[in-house]
Design a protein around this ligand. Structure first.
Ligand SMILES: [Zn+2]
Length: 297
């Protein structure tokens, strides 16, 4: 199903993870009152089409709604909120990452599950969809069956779930929850509109479980480090600039498997903290990638 006519999509160019080169911004207008879902990057020329549309249609922007804090979705919010003199709404768990780029006077870390935002004659419901980040939210318009889902499901390819922001078990729970909603349309943060949400969500779940099985299969022949798993799974397909993404994807799987008691770290090696508590520092995560071996429980 196409987007309902009260929604306008603006794909704006952003520095994001390839193959995507743009982030989708959605202008939702209930009459003259409107909100913008996600704000793109802090690059005013890329945002000009949105600014122009709001001006031409004489819209009154009630707020900018952020799905999550990643810069390709949120970094433009400071500029736009200043221009439109409106607040920026986000889930409380994302706010700490935004304090430097969005003034406290306009930042509203208030979005929580079930909250209904009135946008003119429309009602937009907040759905918590954690996993890609801790406080990722989606926006749901039940009458139209459309969910603005940020980076939970993309229009092309798969999304990235890796530490420290991403948590795979939480993410899979989110996917299962979306699978059970009556969705007509997914409006993703990158790529084309998804008009077969059920199929696409199932594919996402299966893709993760396939990768997990592949990792378990590799560990069956003996303990391995992340680097070795990377080589076996991606076999030279990962360009050096994307290697960290692939490493952390594998680490994300290992965290899930360790939490489920299905794999273990080889004693005496690496940091002693649990993998899930490995913290937010890139350095610590690097240690996991290079020094720790994992084996089946
Ligand atoms: Zn993201």
């Amino acid at each position: 199903m196409p987007l309902p006519d009260f929604v306008t999509l603006f794909p704006v160019s952003t520095p994001t993870l390839l193959p995507a080169v743009a982030t989708n911004l959605y202008l939702i207008a209930g009459g003259r009152r409107a909100v913008l879902v996600d704000a793109g990057f802090s690059d005013p020329p890329s945002l000009a089409p949105v600014v122009e549309a709001v001006r031409n249609r004489n819209l009154d922007i009630a707020g900018i709604l952020l799905t999550h804090y990643h810069p390709d979705h949120a970094a433009g919010a400071g500029y736009l909120s200043n221009l439109w003199n409106c607040p920026v709404y986000v889930h409380p768990a994302e706010a700490e990452h935004l304090r430097e780029t969005i003034p406290a006077s306009v930042l509203r870390p208030e979005l929580v599950e079930g909250q209904v935002l009135a946008v003119g004659d429309l009602a937009v419901t907040v759905v918590e969809t954690p996993g890609h980040t801790r406080g990722h939210v989606s926006f749901w318009i039940p009458d139209a069956g459309v969910l603005f889902c940020g980076d939970v499901v993309l229009g092309a390819g798969t999304t990235w779930i890796g530490p420290p922001d991403g948590h795979l078990r939480t993410y899979l729970d989110t996917l299962r929850r979306l699978r059970d909603m009556s969705l007509n349309t997914l409006a993703p943060g990158h790529g084309p509109i998804v008009d077969n949400p059920g199929e696409r969500i199932l594919y996402y779940i299966e893709h993760r479980l396939e990768r997990e099985n592949q990792i378990l299969e590799l560990l069956r022949t003996g303990p391995k480090r992340v680097r070795e798993l990377l080589r076996a799974i991606y076999d030279g397909q990962v360009p050096p600039s994307a290697r960290w993404v692939a490493e952390r994807t594998i680490l994300g799987h290992l965290i899930k498997l360790e939490e489920e008691g299905r794999i273990r770290r080889i004693a005496g090696e690496g940091p002693q903290k649990s993998l899930a508590d490995a913290g937010r520092s890139g350095r610590e995560l690097e240690d996991w990638v290079h020094t720790v071996s994992f084996g089946l429980s």
